[in-house]
Design a protein around this ligand. Sequence first.
Ligand code: ZN
Length: 242
Amino acid sequence: MVLAEPPRSRFDVEFKVGSIPVRIHPFFWLAALFLGFALRGGAMNVVLWTAAMLVSILVHEFGHALVAKAYGWPPHVVLHGMGGLAIYTPTHRKKMPRALIAFSGPGAGFILGSLILGAVLLSGHSVTIPGFGWTLGEGPPISQGRAGAFIYYLLFMNILWGIINLAPIQPLDGGAIAQTILEKFRPRDALGLSLKISLGAAVALAAFGMIVWKSTFMAIMFGILAFESWQLLQQAKQHGWA
Ligand SMILES: [Zn+2]
């Protein structure tokens, strides 16, 4: 997600992974607990959900951060109430590196998700991919007990959230990729066009979430993103940028 970095607070947790600084804002824990409680599965499920969110969002942001670092742009990672950020300062305006950095967040999650799927299948279990309902493998299903719940949450976040994150919607990673590609091929109207695509995709996903997944949460989230895209489009028009 491309959002502003939240201000420092005295409840921040700070550490480094290799040379990359990480800061966890207290709202990250609040958001994770809120979503965990919404599952209504008991205290242990809330703990497992929060742990899965910590792992998944760190892996996602380190996907962005490591590729930014490979381009020579020192990154830092912040986890906050809306997810996470990998912040870096590009030193030139080339498009490909920015598109690749945007993709490498979901990409890192897909790698982790594939490793987990592989491990589950090797253990002789079958597994259902969250959100899709496809079952892979033979044998007894993995989604039983604590380990099964933790694996289910990790797959949910690394595969399902990863795919949704690639939708061409601002401020998701897919929105950043779409805008970067448009800036390369349609430099004159890239901003307006990317916001129109973002608006259309957000409306489509809100409807899809409501009708197919019967998820009020998804409908509200993409409804808000659609409204924000519409607002940004109006502002861009007023300034003559679209
Ligand atoms: Zn991302």
